[in-house]
Write a protein that binds this ligand. Structure first.
Ligand code: PHE
Length: 341
């Protein structure tokens, strides 16, 4: 029989590199048929006085084998984990992430919406493809009004009643048809006009229109609301100017200019040396429009306005060609990273 010392030396020099070695180790030193177990069996054959000391030595040997086994096992398990889990080199510099930017039109839409939502307007959206009633007739456009002309409106072929909306005023009609005053809505959306594409005009653009209908709404309420908007958008120093104008759906009507934010009113190319830039159309809702939508015009009055997002964006970001907004050239779009929230 091997001595305790021999077995200890074997345990200590045993190399375990894989699961097979580990199992060999277990069979040799820890199984019921192992040499260590055989030594335990010898105890009863020994002289009474030696039994305790011998038993202690065999016990220590068994503990030694068990400890080695546990260590080998842990090492092998860790190694097999490493093989299946890809551990990156954590000292490497991180790879560069390309962060996109919001489209300037989306940024401006969001800003305009925020300003009006802060003073109680809520946004409503609706269809790009509309009918004649919601875009023209309900809005008091006379039968022969030039805006209905093929020059301006994209009609759906074979369906003179179906068209691409030329303004989001159609949503104001839809809102008034569904809801009695007080009404305070803004209507953001894409609009379409059959126009030649130039640096200043496009056949698609974006609007935010607004409508406020309640009892005793006055022209002064409209002016104050629009001044508040202009100051939030362009800063407290901005001045506004209302010029008389005409829209079929408002009476009286006006166009609003803001003092040029590039030259501060002194005169430059953008404002064509006038010091003023037009940003929106507005007016008191024509009583005919209220009646067309089922609202009592003797009880209620209201104001409406509509602004072009591209125009505002060109003014705020000082770009001089509207086509840039529709070309999706990343070199242009990347310049709006700072404004992306
Ligand atoms: N709908 C007009 C346009 O598209 C703008 C407008 C809206 C004017 C509301 C007055 C009142 O040009």
């Amino acid at each position: 029989m091997k001595s305790i010392d021999e077995i200890r030396a074997e345990i200590e020099s045993f190399q375990v590199e894989n699961a097979e070695n580990l199992e060999q180790f277990r069979l040799q030193f820890l199984s019921k048929k192992s040499e260590i177990q055989a030594l335990f069996g010898e105890i009863k054959n020994m002289a009474q006085e030696s039994r305790k000391e011998f038993g202690q030595l065999v016990n220590d040997l068994r503990d030694l084998a068990q400890n080695h086994y546990n260590e080998f096992k842990a090492t092998i398990e860790a190694a097999s984990d490493r093989k299946t889990t890809l551990i990156p080199d954590i000292t490497r510099p991180a790879s560069r992430q390309t962060v996109g930017s919001m489209h300037p039109i989306s940024i401006m839409m969001g800003e305009v919406r925020r300003i009006f939502e802060d003073i109680g307007f809520s946004a409503v959206e609706g269809p790009d493809i509309e009918d004649d009633w919601h875009v023209f007739t309900a809005l008091n456009f006379a039968e022969e009004h030039p805006a209905r002309d093929m020059q301006d409106t994209f009609f759906i072929e074979l369906h003179p009643d179906v068209l691409l909306r030329t303004h989001t005023s159609s949503l104001q009609v839809r809102t008034m048809e569904k809801q009695q005053p007080p009404i305070r809505v803004i209507c953001p959306g894409r609009v379409f006009r059959n126009e030649a594409i130039t640096s200043r005009a496009h056949c698609i653009f974006h609007q935010v229109e607004g409508l406020y209908v309640a009892e005793n709404v006055s022209f002064a309420d409209m002016k104050q609301t629009l001044l508040y908007f202009a100051q939030r958008m362009f800063g407290d120093e901005v001045r506004i100017r209302l010029r008389p104008s005409y829209f079929p759906f408002t009476e009286p009507s006006a166009e609003m200019d803001v003092s040029c934010n590039i030259c501060g009113g002194a005169g430059c190319n953008l404002c064509k040396h006038t010091g003023w830039v037009e940003i929106l159309g507005c007016g008191m809702v024509d009583p005919n429009v209220l009646e067309n939508c089922g609202i009592d015009s003797t009880k209620y009055s209201g104001f409406a306005f509509g602004l072009g997002i591209e125009r505002m964006t060109m003014l705020k970001y000082r770009t001089n060609d509207i086509r840039l907004y529709f070309e999706n050239d990343v070199r242009f779009l990347q310049q709006f990273k700072a404004a992306t929230k």
